[in-house]
Design a protein around this ligand. Structure first.
Ligand SMILES: Cc1cc2nc3c(=O)[nH]c(=O)nc-3n(C[C@H](O)[C@H](O)[C@H](O)COP(=O)(O)O)c2cc1C
Length: 430
């Protein structure tokens, strides 16, 4: 399938920290064009692009930038969320490892519009090698006059720093992330105030994901309408999808919005290997929905996914074949949330622990129908009462796996694991 590539066009073709090679391959045209335009006209192009935030919450970027632009107090800060903590997500890593200048250029365009002179790229601690590449790219951009004082002679200054995360999933939540940059424990803040008004050091802050910023240079250079036209009516452009699990060709693929999940998994990804069949797909990371084959013809597009009760999240597509047990799988997912809950609020701290205990009982053949009822009730309580997105979305896989595979959950209360995965106290009952 030959489609237009925006973010991955230069992958493997340039040295990632060579500003000269980036410029020779069309880089920094967006910034040069932005400098010659009215600020609000640039923001208008981003609005026309139908670019929704690629970090998970899918907030419209043009609107975010318009709102941030309208705030008159300062200093304003540019922050990039490169925490990439959502399991099954590894797209930002590729952007930073293979073409980090598009991210740096996107942030510089934002800084020019907002009048921000300082920016931070918060990169997860596990990405040590990538931090080195991004730091080197920043240094080279400075030497070439694309960062630092009086950028391109246009009379504006902008400096960028890399901040290393310390391995906490919650630090990807935007307010926890700014707390962490400030050197405090990474725990979410009460919202409102939103970080566009009161973010880093209590100042207006523009925070976007790596992929979101990386779309900006192309949008400014080629126009918002051209970007939007690559996708569907409500989801402009292309998306980096992370294909993993029981699929033949795992990897990161740039697809136009409107591609179906079936095309992604079977045509691009080569389908399910070893003669197995699909059991379910876990979409958008661990906090996303799990669903069976019947929804595979859904288009990857914010609206179509929403109509089917799904959301794109970070763009992770984890494929699970029919040798897997949904109860056992869910236990592993919930152990992750139990570990990563920051403990600030009761529903998330206690809820995840109780769910793991129940799932342990079920996988050991000791669970009851009452336990399944408790799982459902805990999930609803966490969704509606947790303090931040972590606890609000952790129950999504619980709700969706029970919705589509309730019979298998019930079988576990009868000492049977239809997939034959759970040991059932050593009984090995199938
Ligand atoms: C628990 C949690 C973890 C998150 N992790 C990330 C992350 O690793 N990267 C990211 O870009 N957004 C993450 N987000 C979403 C951010 O809070 C925020 O919406 C996003 O970075 C905004 O950028 P965007 O509009 O470009 O998507 C996370 C949210 C929550 C609740």
């Amino acid at each position: 399938m030959e489609t237009t590539k925006i973010l991955s066009a230069r992958f493997g073709k340039i040295r990632p920290d060579s500003v000269e090679e980036y410029v020779a391959a069309g880089g920094y045209e967006g910034l040069k064009k932005a400098i010659g335009m009215q600020h609000l006209d640039v923001i208008e192009e981003i609005k026309k692009a139908n670019l929704f935030g690629r970090g998970g919450a899918a907030y419209p970027t043009g609107i975010k930038w318009e709102q941030a632009y309208a705030i008159k107090k300062g200093p304003k800060y540019m922050v990039c969320n490169a925490d990439e903590g959502e399991p099954g997500t590894f797209k930002d890593k590729h952007i930073m490892a293979e073409d980090p200048f598009q991210l740096i250029e996107g942030m510089t365009i934002g800084a020019y519009l907002m009048g921000a002179t300082e920016g931070f790229i918060y990169i997860r601690g596990e990405y040590m090698g990538i931090q080195r590449i991004v730091r080197s790219a920043i240094e080279n951009a400075k030497k070439a006059g694309y960062l630092g004082k009086n950028i391109l002679g246009a009379g504006f200054d902008f400096d960028l720093k890399v901040v290393s995360g310390a391995g906490a999933y919650v630090c990807g939540e935007n307010t926890a992330l700014v707390e962490s940059i400030e050197g405090k424990p990474g725990r979410p803040r009460q919202k409102p105030p939103y970080i566009k008004n009161c973010g880093l050091y209590q100042m207006p802050t523009i925070l976007n994901n790596v992929e979101t910023y990386s779309c900006i240079p192309w949008i400014v250079k080629d126009g918002g309408e051209a970007f939007s036209a690559l996708g569907t009516d409500f989801s402009g452009g292309t998306k980096l999808m992370c294909l993993s699990g029981n699929v033949a060709k795992r990897g990161v693929y740039e697809i136009p919005f409107g591609t179906t999940l079936r095309e992604l998994i079977y045509t691009i990804g080569g389908g399910i290997p070893n003669g197995k069949k699909l059991k379910f797909v876990h979409l958008g990371g661990s906090s996303g929905a799990c669903f069976p084959e019947s929804l595979l013809d859904t288009k990857i597009c914010y609206n179509d996914l929403k109509k089917n009760g799904l959301s794109l999240g970070s763009g992770a597509v984890l494929v699970v074949d029919d040798s897997s047990c949904p109860v056992d799988y869910l236990k592993a997912v919930m152990e992750f949330f139990e570990e990563e809950s920051c403990g600030k609020c009761t529903p998330c701290r206690e809820g995840n622990q109780r769910m793991v205990e129940i799932l342990e009982k079920l996988t050991e053949g000791k669970g009851t129908m009452e336990d399944i009822k408790k799982l459902k009730s805990l999930a609803q309580t966490m969704k509606t009462t947790s303090f931040c997105g972590l606890g609000q979305s952790a129950p999504v896989p619980v709700i969706t796996l029970i919705k589509y595979f309730e019979a298998e959950f019930i079988a576990h209360t009868e000492g049977k694991c239809p997939a034959g995965k759970c040991k059932m106290n050593g009984k090995g009952v199938k």
